[in-house]
Design a protein around this ligand. Structure first.
Ligand code: MOS
Length: 724
């Protein structure tokens, strides 16, 4: 199905099942421990041997020698895989650094060996007996240093509209401030994990990955085998946040290990390796210049962002939201990249907007103060209903102002003091802050297969993943609505590369696109069912397990014989995306208390108002948003990969040292969804919301801290040493 005209009324609009806050259909499997994750596939890969990953102890250099004698002789050891004996490995297109390093080491904890043994403990013990000698090379590990060095610039790109320098110089009120955000780790609960088994020249991996087809083709390319020889299975994923978008070392090494020992091998990356071995959200330095009239109209908006990456890596696109969030005739965005020798920077929840809004939305707060304006009103008067770069291009939906108004009312924004450090309760300074939320809504093609069996059961198969987001449930709701059956009559199978290729889980496109693919397949199944009944589908209705047409009702059960009625389709998105700017909007409100003596910050209340098209399941959508708000609190107050700038690695590379919020850090959270459908986004009229939820949160916290204390911190995380 090509989706190239705005959606009209369709069966989803009935909202008998879609739009209801139903419980997760996979919930019981997960809460009873019966859902099998990648490392637990002894049911299909019995007698698996265990792999233990060895990471490089240097950030940059060359392996001079690996003495394997003692490790090889250790009890239970079956094989040691290194670049020397792994055969020729190809280079996929998603990863910058090689997943199996050697002899050159590109970053700290790059995998350089896999020790395979009968038990995990034996593999671990033997791994510690490997003696690796390196020749060290110097590297640069600090973004500010790399940014200052002339020989490290790789991207220096501007996009300009009007005359930014002229307009900024002439503006009545100016703000010129620089903000920094640190490196962040995904820190998902389930580590990278894979069980791999070969059958002849065919490889199956049971793994934990967000994007099945990317992973399958990347694995084939890296191993130098045909795509048709690779089967990827990833039905349950214990969190990803972008870390599991791509093929990682666990999957490649498990495949190589299994080939070496001729039996299944399983590999779970050890927690202390994860931060340096894999990708992270890269640190940024962002300079923002805002020029406005005395009345608060933005006349000049300038946002430049610097980030670092390995050679060949991409920049963090932190200026993205600045292209669309506010009106203003003279604009400049700049993206600057410098080479760094740290591990690879890549996508983490709302890449671009999440760190970009951490800076931009403090800047708006600062400008409002200079203007003597309510920061919310400053945002309202600078709203735009068109793409500032192409005024003929409207937003498909844009309720930013409405989100702020509703939020202000619900939160009690009017009670706020515009002047900082005015409200004291005992030893606590109290303050409130807000920020706008913005995240683009990407659409990408997505396929599904649906089948109706003799019992009237509807089965959906798609390689879509559920990374804890609720995909199983919203896909079941979609099929139930389309086929007119209760939710219990739908079976959903996900995360298998033998199923039709879906949009996968990334960039908050998964919910809208994957359900739209299921919609398309169900449209075909309805046609096939109508044909079987002998009626015209356009006059047929599907409800209560019956297909009704021309005064006649026929049960779905019994229509199929031994062979189910099967339909498959892929939704493809075309022109609409060019004609309209598709984004999601929101507003975050936060109240904090700051200890007057220790500067400890406690978040007291949080409210998010989101406008993101139709909400397919308010319960799972709310869970996505409160999870994202929690992650935003982490970014505001504690998350930071600390760099050893001499040796070039992230020091706090485990869950003890990398702090994320715990329950006691998170207060009352409220989420409001605006009543919205977006006919431009898909036949589902839904959009993404899981990444929108984090966008702007950290700035709202920082602004609340300023309101409480009068201390403006522009360098995240806002830890107490920066407040005192
Ligand atoms: Mo997301 S960072 O695209 O998984």
């Amino acid at each position: 199905m090509r989706f190239d005209t705005p959606a009209t009324t369709n069966p989803i609009d009935q909202l008998k099942v879609v739009g209801k806050p139903v419980d997760r259909i996979d919930g019981p499997l997960k809460t009873t421990g019966t859902a099998r994750y990648a490392y637990e596939r002894q049911d299909v890969a019995p007698h698996a041997a265990y792999g233990y990953i060895v990471g490089a102890d240097v950030a940059k250099g060359r392996i001079a020698a690996i003495d394997q004698a003692r490790a090889k002789a250790a009890p239970g050891v079956l094989a040691i895989v290194t670049a020397d004996n792994a055969g020729k490995l190809g280079k996929g297109s998603y990863n910058t650094a090689r997943l199996l390093g050697g002899p050159n080491v590109e970053h700290y904890h790059q995998a350089i060996a896999l020790v395979v043994a009968e038990s995990f403990e034996q593999a671990r013990a033997a791994a510690h007996l490997l003696k690796v000698q390196y020749t060290h090379a110097d590297g640069v590990y600090d973004l500010a240093d790399a940014r200052a060095a002339t020989d490290r610039k790789t991207i220096d790109r501007n996009s300009a509209i009007g005359d930014f320098p002229g307009a900024f110089a002439k503006s009545e009120v100016q703000l010129d401030a620089t903000y920094s955000t640190p490196d962040h780790s995904h820190a998902m609960m389930e580590p990278f994990a894979t069980t791999a088994a070969w059958s002849g020249d065919k490889l199956t991996i049971w793994t934990s990955n967000q994007m099945i087809e990317w992973n399958a083709s990347e694995l084939a390319t890296t191993l130098g085998i045909g795509r048709d020889k690779v089967h990827v299975v990833s039905p349950y994923v214990g969190g990803g946040f972008g870390a599991k978008l791509f093929l990682r070392a666990d999957a490649l090494l498990a495949a190589l290990g299994a080939r070496a020992v001729k039996r299944p091998v399983k590999v779970a990356m050890q927690r202390p390796l994860m931060a340096n071995n894999s990708t992270h959200r890269p640190a940024t330095i962002q300079r923002i210049r805002l020029g406005a009239t005395k009345a608060g109209k933005l006349t000049a908006i300038g946002h430049e962002s610097w980030s670092g990456n390995l050679v060949g890596g991409k920049p963090e696109n932190a200026v993205q939201q600045t292209l669309w969030l506010y009106a203003g005739e003279n604009r400049l965005t700049g993206t600057r990249l410098a080479t760094l020798d740290l591990p690879e920077g890549n996508a983490m929840r709302a890449p671009g907007e999440a760190p970009g809004l951490m800076a931009l939305e403090i800047a708006m707060d600062e400008l409002a103060e200079k203007l003597g304006m309510d920061p919310l009103e400053l945002r309202v008067i600078n709203d735009t209903q068109v793409d500032p770069a192409k005024p003929e291009r409207k937003f498909s939906q844009r309720q930013l102002v409405e989100c702020m108004r509703v939020g202000a009312e619900r939160f009690g924004w009017a009670q706020r003091s515009t002047k900082p450090a005015q409200r004291r309760e005992g030893r606590w300074w109290i303050g409130t802050g807000m920020a706008a939320a913005f995240r683009n809504n990407q659409v990408t093609k997505s396929g599904a297969r649906v089948a109706l069996d003799r019992q009237g059961l509807v089965t959906v198969e798609t390689d879509m993943t559920d990374i804890g987001t609720g995909s199983y449930t919203i896909i079941a709701q979609t099929a139930a609505e389309m086929m007119g059956v209760p939710l219990e009559r739908v079976v959903v199978r996900l995360g298998d590369s033998t199923f039709p290729v879906s949009a996968g889980s990334g960039g908050q496109w998964g919910a809208n696109c994957s359900t739209a693919g299921v919609y398309a397949a169900c449209v075909k199944l309805r046609e096939a069912v109508a044909a079987r009944v002998g009626v015209d589908v356009s006059g047929a209705s599907f409800s209560d397990g019956l297909v009704t047409a021309g005064g006649r009702s026929v049960p779905l059960a019994g229509l199929a014989g031994d062979t189910p009625i099967v339909a498959e389709d892929t939704i493809e998105f075309a022109e609409l995306n060019k004609r309209f700017q598709q984004s999601t909007f929101g507003a975050h409100f936060v109240e904090v208390a700051v200890d007057a003596y220790t500067a400890e910050v406690r978040v007291r209340r949080m409210l998010a108002v989101c406008a993101s098209g139709r909400i397919l399941n308010p319960k799972s959508a709310r869970s996505q948003v409160i999870g994202a708000m929690t992650m935003g609190v982490g970014a505001a107050l504690m998350e930071e990969l600390a760099i050893d700038k001499r040796l070039g690695f992230f020091v706090n590379h485990d869950l003890a040292g990398y702090e994320v919020p715990v329950h006691a850090d998170i207060p009352h959270q409220e989420v409001v969804f605006m009543d919205e459908t977006d006919a431009i986004s898909s036949p589902m009229k839904a959009k993404g919301v899981g990444e929108l939820g984090i966008c702007g949160v950290a700035a709202a916290v920082a602004n609340a801290i300023y309101n409480a204390t009068g201390v403006r911190v522009r360098d995240y995380p806002v830890t107490l040493d920066k407040l005192i």
